[in-house]
Write a protein that binds this ligand. Sequence first.
Ligand code: SF4
Ligand code: SF4
Length: 383
Amino acid sequence: MSKRQLAMVMDLNKCIGCQTCTVACKTQWTNRNGREYMYWNNVETYPGAGYPKNWMELGGGFDAAGDLQAGVIPNLEADYGVPWDYNYDELSTNNLIAGNAKPGFSPNVEPTWGPNWDEDEGAGMFPQDNYFFYLPRICNHCTNPGCLSACPRDAIFKREEDGVVLVDLDRCQGYRYCIAGCPYKKIYFNPKISKSEKCILCFPRVEQGLPPACAQQCVGRIRFVGFLDDEESQVYKLVHKYKVALGLRQDYGTQPNVYYVPPTESPAKFDADGKIIEGSTRLPIEELEKLFGPGVHDAIKTIKSEMQKRKETGESELMDILIAYQHADMFRLDNNYYQEVAKSKGNRLAPPVDTRYIVGKHTAGAHAINFYHGGDFKAGGHH
Ligand code: SF4
Ligand code: SF4
């Protein structure tokens, strides 16, 4: 159990499936060196097979008695898909001039599966009752991580200061029990170095006053980041105060620390004549219950009643948070805290590169921060 837990909330009502988060992560951490097929952040269409294919059916996690469940290691080709490139060489200018190029732009291997293979397909019958929504996923930095429990080498650890779950690459021998043990299949095997790798919640960025890349770049402003014990953080308010943000598949027993505001609105169904069926909704509540547990009913009720309150009175703290007027309010990274932790370990962190997001339980407002003075970091004063 870590001392504090850094957490993320994603508001699914606002995700537009643009994959900016995916690209932000991919370009920062996983675009080469055996990580080509890895998506530490992916955004899948729900309902759908997801990434890796059918991850919800591959086991891992814990049963009600707290025992680790057997799991399957996804197959590289069949379940993740071979990352393909395109026939750029054949289309090079010289080949085109020589008339050698194949007609058209095509993958350099025959792809059979990959991330977002079933994007936007969803379920139901068009146009009567088809539906889907986007489900962005990263490692949940679980309180009771299945990956950690499954590792016989003690190569996976949860950072005491913020609960970030990491792989110690010096200890990892590439046994891959962690992949079977994670019910979310959010830890990957790097075939080039024979070790497991995973989302690191961008801890080097967080320690420098920057939110995780996926969250900072998110076009829909759906991602909030903060500590769960920081009552001023929007993360705390969404998870604990209003209880509208819920863990994904809590039945897996790993106590995930990424939370989701469930989708609350969906269009009405059409009848056979193409007329709206009044009072109907396309998104089956059973699907949301499967993903987010029974708490989803109250969460939706709270969101709807706060929407109504906002319409009637113009006031609602919850709606203001979810609208996310100010990017800076969405992230509270508590930079003094990280400075104190580093100091206690005899280390020294460089000053934050961005002061907009550094406030937190131990860190006063951004404008009241002093940076290093003779090697000492002070907060709360003025230059
Ligand atoms: S989501 Fe999976 S990889 Fe991440 S901490 Fe939980 S069990 Fe481990
Ligand atoms: S960047 Fe934001 S809105 Fe776009 S897909 Fe990712 S989570 Fe959704």
